[in-house]
Design a binder for this molecule. Structure first.
Ligand code: BGP
Length: 469
């Protein structure tokens, strides 16, 4: 729909940026922190690991001062469970507690709203060794971790995210790494893990509302609209299949307390329905998020499964992510969209479309917790001319402004990433930040922070509250 006038971004719009603990902090075994699964997983030999990352653990003051200079109103970061409870449960590690107190205090010093992700792919390894999310005990461990966080930081943090991209962890477990010599768990096991995470999330949201009056909490999923490859009805059904199985089934549970009926039929038919106790439904129904957080990078285009052995293919540029499923859907090319250097579809209009769908479905305000373009930025004469990033963000914000005009209620926008950090499969070759971190894969150099052109563009955009968009 075209409009004569576009609505402005809301006055208190949270212009932010994001990171996650394991990708930015480094100091993986410092000050009492224990390893998480990410630290123990196998990663490609030719890219940086997470030992040092961007050394944010030691440089957070300098980094947050730069975020303030950029004008950020919000900083989304994750707390490493393994810094707070190195044994997964039990004894609290004071040094870890102090680190995040300091991060939050620095944010508040500059009137930056801290947005905390409780769990960003980094389950304590000690819990994984005992069975991880396969066990119901891990639900209790997550609730205990949540209770600690709400006691420690509930007074200072309003916005909380439970679990980052649960759908990625379940649908593409290899995307975050695999245990050494290990194999991807089977689907039945993964959906059982999913159910336990759903219960953990519901219990934590309930506890949060009891412990942090006035606070707001929500899930952070990777959500994306699907296009049918053609106007063939079979393609439309396939696109709907995958949209439900990939997105709505993960967001319906926290909001409505139910598994989508299409997903239940699929799971039962394939013999991979998790064990669900009758009291579990009460637990799921007993909790509700205050908002939906979503990570958006791309849309997908979907054709009907042909069952000819060629439905499944690796996502372009990413051998860890297999797309397509016999009898469900097969991925298709979309000739109407561009792609990034890494083969990711660039679709700003799809962003508006996804925002509309999410709002229409859940009637909850939306916080965008990731969006951005990974590129091999080049440092030349002390500058990084990342005009492709400016172009990407500008186009996405333009479409978000249209979504706001459409009536979608937006809380804020936290692109990925506040500063350069380790990409899980491409290390520092693929960068996302507004701030360049001067290190290579293995040569740490001086880790100097250098402001990219996109930094100044975002600074101006925030100062004008998006009027230039
Ligand atoms: C999201 C994750 C982030 C980040 C981002 C970019 O799925 O939540 O942690 O990794 O994707 O991904 P990549 O670094 O693989 O390009």
């Amino acid at each position: 729909m075209n409009y004569k006038n576009r609505k402005d971004f809301p006055e208190n719009f949270l212009w932010g940026a994001s990171t996650s603990a394991y990708q930015v902090e480094g100091a993986v075994l410092e000050d009492g922190k224990s390893p998480s699964i990410i630290d123990m997983y196998e990663h490609p030999d030719d890219v940086a690991d997470f030992q040092i990352a961007s050394d944010h653990y030691h440089r957070y003051k300098e980094d947050i001062a730069l975020f303030a200079q950029m004008g950020l109103k919000a900083y989304r970061f994750s707390i490493a469970w393994t810094r707070i409870l190195p044994e997964g449960t039990g004894k609290v590690n004071e040094a870890g507690v102090a680190f995040y107190k300091n991060v939050i205090r620095e944010c508040r010093k500059y009137q930056i709203e801290p947005i905390v992700t409780m769990y960003h792919f980094d389950l304590p390894y000690c819990l994984e060794k005992e069975g991880g999310w396969n066990r119901r005990e891990t639900i209790d461990a997550f609730v205990e971790y949540g209770k600690n966080l709400f006691e420690l930081y509930g007074k200072d943090v309003v916005y909380w995210l439970t679990i980052n991209e649960q759908n990625t962890m379940i649908l593409h477990p290899g995307a975050i790494g695999l245990p050494k010599g290990g194999k991807v768990p089977g689907k039945k096991e993964l959906y059982q893990q999913n159910h336990h995470m759903m219960l953990a999330q519901a219990k934590v949201m309930k506890l949060f509302h009891e412990m942090v009056p006035g606070g707001k909490i929500g899930p952070a999923l990777n959500l994306t609209a699907m296009y049918p490859a053609t106007c063939a009805p079979e393609d439309a059904i396939a696109a709907h299949n995958w949209e439900v199985l990939r997105c709505w089934n993960f967001a319906d549970v926290p909001v409505y307390g139910w598994y989508h009926p299409l997903a239940v039929s699929y799971l039962e038919d394939r013999g991979i329905m998790p064990e669900v106790l009758s009291e579990d439904y009460e637990t799921l129904k007993d909790a509700r998020p205050d908002f939906i957080a979503m990570n958006y990078y791309s849309t997908a285009t979907i054709g009907a499964s042909k069952g000819d052995g060629q439905d499944v293919a690796a996502r372009a540029g990413d051998q860890q992510i297999m797309l397509g499923e016999n009898g469900v859907y097969r991925p298709a090319e979309n000739p109407n969209v561009e792609k990034s250097q890494y083969g990711w579809v660039i679709d700003p209009v799809g962003f508006r479309y996804t925002l509309r769908k999410v709002y229409e479905r859940y009637h909850l305000p939306i916080l965008v917790t990731e969006n951005g373009i990974g590129a091999s930025d080049q440092l030349e004469d002390g500058k990084v001319h990342d005009e492709y990033r400016i172009d990407f963000l500008k186009k996405h914000l333009y479409q978000m402004r249209l979504a706001i005009t459409d009536g979608v209620e937006m809380i804020g926008y936290c692109p990925w990433a506040a500063l350069d950090l380790v990409s899980t499969h491409q290390g520092y070759q693929k960068r996302y930040g507004f701030i360049y971190v001067d290190r290579d894969e293995f040569d740490l150099k001086d880790m100097k922070r250098i402001l990219k052109d996109s930094f100044f563009w975002y600074q101006k955009t925030i100062a004008e509250n998006g009027k230039n968009i």
